[in-house]
Design a protein around this ligand. Structure first.
Ligand code: GRF
Length: 192
């Protein structure tokens, strides 16, 4: 008898480097993991993250189109592949409220700051400039407002006097790689 793979199918949307994607793929392969990276969509054909998908034989698409076309195509892929959760990981487009409403499955995002502090771009530069004592990362649900959905997990780090934007980014990226997996396991905890 065939054994059904009961892991939750996730799709990861990326735009570039894809280190969070790489890490999710790695973690998803552990037996105890409740999710499986089933689909990768990039809005940039040259994003390095697509290589990880290819190497791991994960379905992958690059859709270099204007937002409405991108969203229509992505919506179809989500439906036909029976995706249950979307994870944005370094995805640089802002999804439209129509897409978020139509999709009817959770959308998660990872953001490199302690939300609600430092929404938007260049968080590390801004944290240093504003002399914040702490920074970190947040995994949250996506709603119609930028970086404003319900928080699932945060990880915090102390900013040291010698930190600059680059060193801070490096430290926080390490935290991100733990946080995304933990957030997924958290929301999927009660799923059989
Ligand atoms: C991460 O810092 C993430 O928090 C932000 O964009 C970056 C993406 O990095 N949204 P990567 O592509 O996953 O390496």
């Amino acid at each position: 008898m065939a054994v059904l793979n009961s892991k939750t199918r996730i799709a990861v949307f990326i735009s570039g480097r894809g280190s969070n994607l790489k890490n999710l793929i790695r973690k998803s392969k552990l037996n105890k993991s409740k999710y499986r990276v089933y689909l990768v969509i990039s809005n940039k054909a040259d994003s390095k993250g697509l290589d990880y998908a290819k190497k791991n034989k994960i379905k992958n698409y690059s859709i270099e189109k204007k937002l409405p076309v991108f969203e229509n195509y992505a919506l179809r892929l989500i439906k036909t592949n029976k995706i249950e959760v979307i994870c944005l990981a370094g995805f640089m487009k802002i999804l439209s409220p129509i897409f978020i409403k139509k999709i009817k499955i959770p959308i998660l995002n990872i953001h490199p700051s302690l939300l609600p502090k430092l929404k938007g771009l260049n968080t590390h530069e801004r944290a240093i400039k504003a002399k914040h004592k702490f920074s970190g990362c947040t995994v949250h649900y996506v709603n119609e407002k930028l970086d404003s959905g319900k928080i699932i997990i945060q990880k915090k780090i102390k900013i040291s006097k010698s930190d600059n934007a680059k060193s801070l980014e490096k430290k926080i990226l390490k935290l991100e790689h733990k946080a995304y997996d933990e957030a997924l396991e958290k929301i999927l905890f009660f799923k059989k």
